[in-house]
Design a protein around this ligand. Sequence first.
Ligand code: AMP
Length: 435
Amino acid sequence: MAQRVLGTEDLFGGYMRAWQHMTDVARELFGAYGFDAIETPAIEQVDTFVHGIGESTDVVRKEMFRVFSGSLLPEMLERGTESHLKARQRMAMRPEGTAGVVRAAVEHNFVPQGGAPAKLWYAEAMFRGERPKKGRLRQFHQVGLEWIGASDPAADAECIIVLMEYFKRLGFDPDKLHLVINSMGDAACRPAYREAVRQFILDHADEMCEDCIERAELNPLRAFDCKNDHCREVMEAAPKVSDALCDDCRAHYAQVKRYLDEAGISYTEDPTLVRGLDYYTRTVFEVEVEGAGVGAIGGGGRYDGLMELEGGKPTPGIGFAVGFERIYLALQSLGVDLAGEEPGCVYVACMPDQRQAAFSATLALRQAGLRTEADYQGRSLKAQFKQANRLGARICVVLGSDEVAAGVATVRDMETHDQVQVPLSELAEQVASRL
Ligand code: AMP
């Protein structure tokens, strides 16, 4: 039997409805905040991710699914290297949404010099070669938004406000959500802080794991996130970014907090929150759900250097992404059903000799916009009623020979079992008025 790839899932039934609901809520809410939908390709040139996310991040070093066309693969395997390939021949499945959206913003000049910000949202599958476990997949789905061209702290605060509102609209109890924020500094103050953390790791090298020692050179701030508990304990004594911020970053962060306070959004500050991708500057944030045990359900931050890294003009930006699968699990653990009810339908049942009339009635109901089902297997009326119940039909239209001869149909309410006869010429209106 053919099987799906490890760490991937099929979306169908209630799970699919849940994903669609998440997308619908995003469209409505983000639309009200002025965001337009965007979809970028699932494959990008590797450089788009390397430049943006950062060469030293786990996502780029270990987790990207690389794509080679069938015609290049044999030669590549034979040579054992891809160094001869052109940049456009080196591709990867997107591990996250921001780099691709920013690449598109640069390519299509979404934010011309002095122009208004570009506000975009997406709902897409992402791909990371992680070890699969509960809430961690290799193909997963994110809803996210990107606000490119806005440097004001109000944009940071509004991004967080819309994120928290999104969770609320999906059914989370705001009291169970735990928002953590931090400022990671910028090009002016982060290099010195990074150096201080590097030095701290080297000074404590005998107490830390191999990975952290490697991180000291590549990406020292990632040591705060080490999976090894002991490393994290050691890092508790490391210099804090809050003590290293330059005046501009400090003022920006203070203003973001004032806006959040005014909006009544509660948060915890965590100076060790560094997020996994290199492009973040200044404000970063993450949201966890109390007691859900699925890790962060969403996070984001400011990325003022990313447009330049992708070859554009210096342009600030901020955004977030939330993971569908983790939100689904978290809501399930809180007893909230994101899938909602199966949509009700109208069922057209007929006697075997009335297939033609059933065909016309089904057509008319569907053209009137009603979700309509019928029998296509020539089953008995009894079997058709059973099927109508299984499908959750709220109304059943019954077409017998006498009814059709008289130009009417029986319309039966499946809950109350009331039934009336209505003229076939008025069928759609009569059914719609009873739904
Ligand atoms: P990140 O881009 O790593 O900040 O991820 C943003 C959100 O996407 C996380 O908070 C998760 O909800 C979700 N996410 C990230 N990686 C995975 C994964 N491998 N499987 C499922 N969801 C994920």
